[in-house]
Design a protein around this ligand. Structure first.
Ligand code: AMP
Ligand code: MG
Length: 491
């Protein structure tokens, strides 16, 4: 353990937000065993690390032994699930342990996922399978390394107990680290059940915690709406730039902090298609890759709905501000997206046609079966190797020929050296993402007791932009003719 590393909790939510949670204890795991532990994250948060002993960590991070200073609670929230309002969701298989303060002063929630039933379990078993816990660990750590705001994963502990999901699985508890677990659904819950006063209290708490510079705003609820709209615009642009499909963008899975949360049926694109869906339950394609910005905006309207009485209570005229802010959200999103795409395309300067250039690339890629990740790396190589580097990624080798010439002409307008451009593109276009076939294989091996493939994949995606010798297998796309990949929610 490093000097001073300990469980230093400071549980502001429990102190300040009475009524929004139910105190509850984790189900004690019978035979906990540490499966993965995030040493660098523990060190960054000044939490006990491996030096505390794997047995001690397994006891704490499975619910068997109370974590000193924690005050476990299940949070209440509501949410629009696939468009339908459900007034009563909540932590049905999760438990907030409390908050810790990182050395720089930032505050983080520690939360268990899979630690047994709570008052909000609604008939569910409160459990999590080992492979679902490992999947979230891998995906969230990959996203963090890709520079996408996200919750993190501190540990996965196998409970030694079985979990039933049509067949028996190993059970596990994931320990999640988040800026907070406040969601759009938390505001919807407050508005639906407790009205203006509760929404105002929650708004004050959320501003203080995530946007302290706005805590003294004339209209706090309006300030919060704008801050969340901005954070979510930035987040959505990052997802689109990295080829990430969240899969279940219900309002209970949209954070106030702007972090990605809830890695259930998510996946990274293989072949690019705006209509790509992986989740088995998303039959209408509501949460398809290309729909994500529009869905984020739809979700922000739900937040506005929960906040509108609080906005009007300060000044009725401010509701018009809220309306304008959401109406113009697309332009805000587009600015963030364009900044991402400029880096992906190696552009140092801004020109008026850049948005069209970026859009036209994606349009031309539709139907080409081009691997999203490999294609952008190929663009980087084409700086030296020419169009042939790209043609190899396409079904119709000529599909990007016209676009390529426009891009070349655009690049010629810039004074930067080729080497600088290559470096810009390499830093924006990852080599290693948790590819679906690799993730599946790693999780299957882990279920069978072999963690080696998981650890190797985790290592690759933890430095995603840094091409390394011996990691070719993590770079390649799925074999041609592989069955379409499907993900399952909450498994
Ligand atoms: P999710 O799809 O993970 O966002 O979960 C949606 C809601 O269902 C949340 O309120 C969860 O707590 C709850 N839930 C999901 N799986 C379970 C489970 N196995 N037991 C109890 N509640 C669950
Ligand atoms: Mg959820």
């Amino acid at each position: 353990m490093t000097e001073g590393a300990a469980w230093h909790f400071d549980n502001s939510l429990v102190r300040e937000l009475g009524g929004f949670f139910a105190p509850h204890q984790a189900a004690p795991a019978k035979a906990p065993r540490l499966v993965v532990f995030n040493d660098p994250l523990a060190a960054a948060l000044n939490l006990p690390g491996r030096a505390a002993g794997e047995e001690a960590l397994a006891g704490w991070l499975s619910g068997r032994d109370p974590v000193p200073g924690s005050e476990p609670v299940a949070l209440a929230y509501a949410g629009h699930q696939f468009g339908q309002f459900n007034p009563q969701l909540g932590d049905g298989r999760a438990l907030l342990l409390g908050e810790v303060i990182a050395p720089g002063g930032a505050r983080f929630d520690l939360q268990f996922k899979g630690s047994g039933t709570t008052p909000y379990s609604r008939g569910g078993d409160g459990k999590c399978t080992l492979s679902a816990a490992l999947r979230e660990y891998l995906m969230s750590e990959a996203m963090a390394a890709l520079g996408v705001p996200t919750t993190r994963s501190l540990a996965v502990v196998a409970t030694g107990e079985g979990v039933w999901r049509e067949e028996p699985h190993h059970g596990a508890v994931l320990t999640r680290v988040a800026a907070s677990h406040l969601r759009i659904g938390t505001f919807e819950w407050a508005a639906a059940h407790h009205g203006l006063d509760a929404v105002q209290r929650l708004t004050g708490y959320a501003l203080q915690r995530h946007y302290p510079a706005l805590a003294g705003a004339a209209n706090p609820a309006l300030a919060l709406l704008e801050a969340v709209a901005d954070a979510q615009a930035r987040l959505s642009a990052k997802w689109m730039a990295r080829g990430f499909v969240h899969g279940v963008m219900n309002t209970d899975n949209v954070t106030i902090s702007g972090e990605t949360i809830d890695y259930g049926p998510c996946a990274f694109l293989d072949a690019y298609s705006a209509g790509q869906v992986f989740s088995s339950i998303d039959r209408q394609g509501r949460y398809a890759f290309g729909q994500q910005p529009a869905v984020t905006r739809w979700n922000l309207y739900r937040l506005a709905g929960a906040l509108i009485a609080a906005i009007a209570a300060v000044d009725e005229a401010d509701t018009e501000q809220a309306r304008l802010l959401l109406e113009s959200w697309g332009a805000r999103y587009e600015l963030y997206w364009l900044a991402e795409m400029r880096a992906k395309l190696g552009l140092f300067t801004d020109q008026a046609d850049d948005l069209t250039l970026a859009h036209d690339l994606l349009t031309a890629l539709e139907g080409q079966q081009a691997d999203f990740t490999l294609l952008f790396r190929a663009l980087g190589r084409s700086l030296e190797q020419g169009y042939g580097a790209i043609a190899d990624e396409l079904t119709d080798r000529e599909a990007l020929a016209t676009w390529f010439q426009r891009w070349q002409a655009r690049l010629a307008d810039e004074p930067q050296e080729g080497a600088d451009r290559a470096a810009l593109m390499q830093a924006a276009n990852p080599v290693y993402v948790p590819r679906n076939h690799l993730t599946d294989a790693a999780l299957a091996a882990a279920e069978a007791g072999d963690m080696a493939p998981f650890m190797a994949l985790l290592d690759a995606v933890s430095r995603p932009f840094d091409q390394r010798a011996g990691l070719d297998q993590f770079e390649r796309g799925a074999a041609a003719g592989a069955a379409p990949f499907v993900t399952y929610c909450g498994t």
